[in-house]
Design a protein around this ligand. Structure first.
Ligand code: PGA
Length: 252
């Protein structure tokens, strides 16, 4: 998969069906495929089918789940499989979001299995990584993220790896209003691309899309997306309001 400009909106546990569909209609009405940006919407799982139906004929908009189960199917009450997601028109799955890691105990080993399941099922993972504030302050953020990638996705073959989108999301910037500076974002994205290069070579590294996440908003999207190794954003809060998210999509 070649490197793409991507604006992904992670709704987390927000919106009712009606409000969510109104938001999708608004985003759709105000964006076009000519902008050359892939917009990915990640609503809660109960809304995925309705959202997928609304954007099925909009080639620039895709739909992501916020999570999935690592097994193919069976007795896992309350869980959602990759096959189910695929059957309703979902194309991507966000994996390893820091909220999943922190509140649901998802570690790199489990995430590696989820990554494998998503790829085996024909969907595309958006793999999140990123350090906490104490890790950043101890200047251990590069090695911390390196370990997340080593254990989460670097076991993949080059062919499978080329289907992965990476989202670097420093935890101290998520939902806090504090954004990483454009230099901090670029530095880490360059490091991540170098790690990919070491494992898979330059061609794969250059074609990997690496998104920044953490308080992306219309006021900072342009300078973040202008960085050489920042290919777009994974957006939480600002993806819930159509004017803000459209402005972010149009910030490339
Ligand atoms: P935020 O969330 O944009 O609200 O900081 C980003 C994310 O968690 O993906």
């Amino acid at each position: 998969m070649s490197r793409q400009k991507i604006a992904a909106g992670n709704w987390k546990m927000n919106k009712t069906l009606k409000d969510g569909l109104d938001l999708v209609k608004d985003i759709r009405a105000n964006t076009t495929s000519e902008e050359g940006v892939l917009t990915i919407l990640a609503p809660p799982s109960v809304f995925l089918k309705a959202v997928a139906e609304l954007v099925a004929d909009a080639p620039h908009i895709r739909v992501a789940a916020q999570n999935c189960h690592q097994e193919e199917g069976g007795a896992y009450t309350g869980e959602v499989s990759v096959e189910m997601l695929k059957s309703i028109g979902v194309s991507h799955v966000i994996l390893g979001h820091s909220e999943r890691r922190e509140y649901f105990g998802e570690g790199n080993e489990l995430l590696a299995r989820k990554v494998d399941r998503v790829l085996a099922g024909g969907l595309l993972p958006i793999f999140c990584c990123g350090e906490s504030l104490p890790t950043r302050e101890a200047e251990e953020h590069v090695s911390y993220v390196a370990q997340q990638l080593e254990e989460g996705i670097f076991h993949l073959s080059a062919e499978d790896f080329s289907k992965v989108v990476i989202a670097y999301e420093p935890i101290w910037a998520i939902g806090t209003g504090v954004t990483a500076s454009k230099e901090q974002a670029q530095d880490m994205h360059r490091e991540i691309r170098a790690m990919i290069q070491k494992h898979y070579g330059s061609e794969v590294a250059e074609s990997t899309s690496i998104l920044y996440g953490g308080s992306v908003k219309p006021a900072n999207a342009k300078e973040l997306f202008a960085q050489a190794d920042v290919d777009g954003g994974l957006v939480g809060g600002a993806s819930l309001k159509a004017p803000d998210f459209v402005a972010i999509i149009q910030s490339f």
